[in-house]
Design a protein around this ligand. Structure first.
Ligand SMILES: Nc1ncnc2c1ncn2[C@@H]1O[C@H](COP(=O)(O)OP(=O)(O)OP(=O)(O)O)[C@@H](O)[C@H]1O
Ligand SMILES: [Mg+2]
Length: 305
């Protein structure tokens, strides 16, 4: 992926610049749309994402509306701009941040966004310390986001301090700016389900301004296992049959625990297994065989039952 990451200050506004190259490749491939199914392009973009059926459907709807809009315009019919602001509700590690990043790329390729930059922000990036500072900070952030995606994680923390807190001013400014720049950027607010529900009650105009509300459900054991396989395959590793069974059993057991972190649990587990395999191969000096270098065993998973 051709992206660069700029991190600044301690509050970490992350800006990922998506290159226009993506847009070019989409335009070049637009002729294919008549030979292959129009949705194949979107399916391909999401191949590395397990599950998330509703989200994939939603992106197809947005894409279809966009293409038909263009066709209507071509013959002189009226065009209806889409408002794409979204709410992502889901437990830890269900893919909210990863999906938001991907959407910035896809929307750029589809021509729904001008620049496709991805700006990740949290409470401290919007809320100031004295009167007037918050509105200014929030407006600045939106200015930076025009043409791209502004992703506000743990959005409910804006409503944390009650009526006297400047968080409320940030929410009011956001609502106003969403109106003023309706089709110029995509605002995605993300957070845990219960907190997000409570947050939406803070400003009566808030909920209705988000045409898309996506619930990121906890993954099933089977889906988590597939996520593990995908992450391993991406790194050119595989599980032995025994290790597959052990991993499935471990996932089944962990899923029930409080604060289970879904995809993040899998990623951490895979990264640890890769380190464990390296230690085992070095300790036993058995690294000359390609199979040994590739396979993760039960020992590497460190969870023998
Ligand atoms: N559907 C999926 N398919 C493949 N990998 C996934 C999927 N969902 C999550 N992951 C992986 O799980 C990890 C955590 O995902 P991510 O950080 O996007 O979760 P999150 O919902 O933003 O979590 P948090 O609420 O804690 O910020 C990432 O490595 C991501 O690639
Ligand atoms: Mg996240």
């Amino acid at each position: 992926m051709d992206t660069s990451l700029i991190a600044n200050k301690k509050n970490q506004i992350n800006i990922v610049l998506n290159e226009n190259k993506h847009r070019r490749s989409y335009v070049q491939s637009s002729e294919h749309r008549f030979r292959t199914h129009p949705f194949t392009h979107i399916d391909q973009k999401f191949t590395s994402f397990i599950g998330l059926t509703k989200l994939k459907k939603m992106v197809k709807q947005i894409y279809a509306a966009h293409v038909i809009n263009q066709k209507r315009q071509d013959i002189g019919l009226m065009k209806t701009d889409q408002v794409l602001h979204m709410l992502f509700k889901g437990n830890p590690g269900t893919g909210k941040t990863t999906v938001a990043r991907k959407l910035a790329q896809i929307y750029l390729e589809l021509g729904l966004l001008e620049k496709g930059q991805f700006i990740e922000a949290e409470r401290a990036d919007l809320v100031g310390e004295y009167i007037g500072q918050t509105a200014q900070k929030t407006r600045n952030l939106i200015q930076k986001s025009l043409g791209g995606v502004l992703f506000i994680d743990e959005a409910y923390s804006l409503g944390r301090g009650g009526d006297k807190d400047f968080g409320k001013e940030a929410i009011d400014t956001l609502v106003k700016q969403m109106e003023d720049h309706q089709n110029e950027f995509v605002l995605i607010l993300a957070g845990y389900p219960r907190e997000m529900e409570r947050f939406l009650l803070l400003n009566p105009g808030l909920k209705s301004r988000f045409p898309f509300v996506i619930d990121f459900e906890d993954y099933s054991t089977e889906e988590l296992f597939k996520i593990a396989q995908t992450q391993l395959a991406k790194r050119e590793y595989r599980l032995t049959t025994d290790a597959e069974d052990v991993l499935k059993a471990a996932i089944r057991k962990q899923r029930g625990c409080e604060n289970f972190s879904n995809g993040r649990y899998i990623r951490n587990l895979i990264e640890k297994a890769i380190r464990m395999q390296a230690v085992r191969l070095l300790a036993t000096e058995t690294y000359d065989n390609p199979e040994n270098l590739m396979y993760i065993t039960v020992d590497d998973l460190n969870m023998r039952m």
